[in-house]
Design a protein. Structure first.
Length: 237
C-alpha cells in the first residue's frame, strides 16, 4: 500500500511540473508587421572634382617626358590663376611606357614613348568648373576623365530624408493595420540606411576638340539623398 501511494505522489508531482507557467503563457510573441519606408530630398552641390589628363607621345623618352611635364605645369599654373589653391591640385596617376612597332617582322622594336599624367582638381566653388576645364584644355590637357559633384555637409539632408522615410513607413503600417482590424501599439525594431546619388560626369576619356574649348557650360544641377528605414511595428486589437 505504501508503494502505491508513493507512486501516486510522484505522478502528481510530475503533473505539477508539466503544467504551463502563467508567466510563460504571458510571454507569447506579439504580432508584428514589417514595413519599409523611403524618403528622398534634393540638395544643390557645392563641391566638384575634375579629373584631367595629359597624354604625350614622342620618339624619345626625354622628349615625351619633357612635353608632358611642361603641359602639366602649364595646367597647374592656369588653374591656380583662377583662384584654386595648389593643395587642391593633386596628381592621381603617372605612367611612362615605350611603344612597340606593330609591323609583323619588327619584333620588339621601340618606335616611341608615351607619358600619361592624370590630375585631380577639387573645387569649393562649382561656378569655376567650366573655367577650369577650359583653362586646362587650353594649356595642354587632352582628356577630361570625370566630373563629380558633391555636397559638403549632408547632415541636414540626411535628417530630412530619414524623417520622410519614417513617415512613409508609419503611413503604410497604419493602412495595413486598419485593413486587418488592428492598430499600431509600438515599435519592436528599426534599421536605416542613407545614400547620396551623385551623378558622375563621365567624359568617357574623350579627347576634347578645339570647338569644345571655346566655352564649356557646366550646370551643377541638384543631387538627391535617399533614406530607407525598415520598422517592425507591434499590432494590437
Amino acid at each position: 500500500m505504501k508503494r502505491i501511494r508513493s507512486m501516486g505522489a510522484a505522478l502528481l508531482a510530475a503533473g505539477v511540473l508539466l503544467l504551463p507557467s502563467p508567466s510563460l503563457a504571458a510571454e507569447r510573441p506579439l504580432p508584428t508587421i514589417s514595413i519599409s519606408g523611403e524618403g528622398v530630398v534634393m540638395g544643390a552641390p557645392d563641391r566638384a572634382a575634375i579629373t584631367l589628363g595629359v597624354v604625350t607621345h614622342a620618339g624619345t623618352a626625354e622628349a615625351a617626358q619633357t612635353q608632358n611635364m611642361a603641359a602639366a605645369r602649364a595646367i597647374r599654373d592656369a588653374v591656380e590663376a583662377l583662384g584654386v589653391n595648389r593643395r587642391d591640385i593633386q596628381t592621381q596617376n603617372y605612367s611612362f611606357h615605350p611603344e612597340y612597332s606593330r609591323e609583323r617582322n619588327a619584333g620588339r622594336e621601340i618606335v616611341g614613348y608615351t607619358v600619361s599624367n592624370t590630375v585631380l582638381v577639387r573645387l569649393d566653388n562649382v561656378e569655376l568648373v567650366g573655367q577650369v576645364i577650359d583653362a586646362a584644355l587650353s594649356n595642354g590637357a587632352n582628356t577630361v576623365d570625370s566630373l563629380d559633384f558633391s555636397i559638403r555637409d549632408t547632415k541636414g539632408l540626411r535628417r530630412e530624408a530619414l524623417a520622410a522615410a519614417v513617415r512613409d513607413a508609419r503611413e503604410k503600417a497604419e493602412i495595413i493595420a486598419g485593413s486587418l482590424g488592428k492598430r499600431l501599439a509600438g515599435v519592436q525594431s528599426v534599421s536605416e540606411n542613407t545614400r547620396m546619388f551623385q551623378p558622375r560626369g563621365d567624359m568617357n576619356k574623350m579627347v576634347m576638340s578645339d570647338a569644345a574649348m571655346a566655352a564649356t557650360p557646366i550646370e551643377a544641377g541638384t543631387l538627391s539623398l535617399e533614406a530607407t528605414v525598415h520598422i517592425d511595428f507591434i499590432l494590437a486589437d
